[in-house]
Design a binder for this molecule. Sequence first.
Ligand code: HEM
Length: 637
Amino acid sequence: MTKRYCDLETSICYSGWTGTNGITFGVALPQSKAAPFDTVLQIVSPIKNGWVGFSWGGTMPYVPLTVGWMNSASNTSIYSSRMAFGLSLPQPYAEAEYSYIKGTGYNATHWTLTVRCRGCSQWHDVDGNLVSIDANASAQKLAYGLSSRPPAEPANNRSTFNVHNSFGNYRIDLTQGQNADFDELVAANLIDGTPPASSSTPVPSSAISTISTTMSMSTVTSGLPQPTQTGIPVSCPDVAELAFPANTAKGWRATKVAGGLTQPRGLIFDNSGNLLIVQNGMGITAHKVAPNGCLTSTKTVIAQRNLNHGIVLSHDGKTLFASSATSVFSWSYDATTMSVSENATTVLTGMDSRGHVTRTLAIPPKYPNLLLVSHGSNDNFDYGSADIATGRSCIKVFDTTAIPADGYDYATSGYQMGYGLRNEVGLAFDADGMLWGVENSSDELHRTIDGISVDIHTDNPADEINYLGDPSKENTDWYGYPTCYTVFNPNSIADKSFTIGDQFVLEPNATFTDDTCKTRSLPPRLALPAHSAPLDASFNKNFTSMYITLHGSWNRNPSIGYKIIEVPFTTGANGFGPKASVNSTQAWADIFWNPDVETCSTTQCFRPVSIAQDGYGKMYVTSDSGAEGEMIIIGRE
Ligand code: HEM
């Protein structure tokens, strides 16, 4: 419920909303003005909250976020201007300008942040469209996020901070926050320059720590990237140690090749052996690779902040595809100059901007004209996606030789390559060109029997390795989400005896039981630990192993994942697949891991994302940890 309240000290009146967590958000604005207009935000938070975030657009990604916290070193509270480019640490956002207003500080029970914002009433969405707040909206959708943990460096408003303990939406009546003499009131109460907004510590930068050289590269015209040496360097010149120590399995070595990257996600080689990285919120960079595996130069190929994960090159290396949450674009690409054509072609549009926003792209080895685009769910439980026609929680295939003038529409064009896949982020092709995927399954699962609900979320459901099949043939199989989930830990589901890999429903009823899953849903070929979050899959050269990056959990206690595993594959009675049976607990080996995984979080530890293999099987792996965007090279010594 919104309530108008007026601040006695400043006479500014706000439209206020107080949630069950005891935080009050107040929004003040001028009377009936069209955007852009200045706004004033007041956050009054119980002292126990480490940070509190306010979303001007009612969601997390691609909207201005005002985050506040206490800075006890300077006896005050500070703002931090952010924008998120996915469901990951929001980055500093320069397009909103803030000034402090009287009433910022803290007492024994609460901290208060009062700021004027220029640039919070209007912004560009994921597609670059201008979005404006309507000053007369009677039910404006807003959102909050909050955490009990303070940021890593409370004096620095560009500090990293960890994911929220809770988040939510509410609606407020903006007319109640209108002030007739807004500009005068604000001017009378602005604080000049203080409280301090320090930026004394290094900030994430797009420049990576590599030396620039004029070294010439061996140029190849086609085929796999050409490495020049099989070994893994012990270190790379001018590249610091990994931000967090990591272990590698016996016989393996991992070395950091780049740091200071901006949320590095998708990663590929071009046909001349250069690495192309999607840096989320920034664009695509290209990096020359020295014979020893270290990087020797860096160059921005495309500056486009909505490119967030997906990247693939056509077989001839001349067309580069990359994805935003909603669209896929292509450019002609020249590997010798590591540059693209000026204008992008829109390959497809119409994907959802809510929820899971990475759109992994792949081109099958046998079908150079086919582009596979993976689209996750728009929420933890996306019930709408159970209908194949929605085009979510699925993989679809598009012919790149027949792209319509304004691009394909994702939901209504192309053909299916499996649905009921909550978020199939990692895709890989086996020796026969058949498609495999790794799936991130749901959070917060409860099993309800006879009206009694039991929390089973810590070790269930399993994340999954799925077999998706021949990419040239439509696959309308349903893989279970959001109804049939896979058991990882049978012991925590006490009402029935399950084994690992079985599928179950959250609340069996007369028409749909656990057994219904057996007839309707395709179970995984291997169950992976719940919340381990597999983000990429890559077969070794002779297809005896699949390497998988486990990005790691963000809301499991203790944390899990944060490693790279090797899953042996073989051809057995059921054809090619994981060597271990689906109910095995010994189906993989760790090859790279963080030693104290229980301390890992979104800002702590290496968070492996994507893998690019060179011709010798050396893997480059990105990490988008909130602490530092990094890339390693890993392989056998
Ligand atoms: C370290 C920083 C952050 C991380 C890693 C993070 C991560 C996430 C993740 C993983 C989800 C998905 C939850 C699910 O699927 O169940 C989410 C949702 C959400 N987050 Fe954050 N978040 C961060 C900061 C913030 C901040 C500062 C706000 C400010 C308001 C915020 C607001 C939201 C909201 C409103 C949602 C619901 C989904 C939506 O409407 O977009 N988050 N976040």
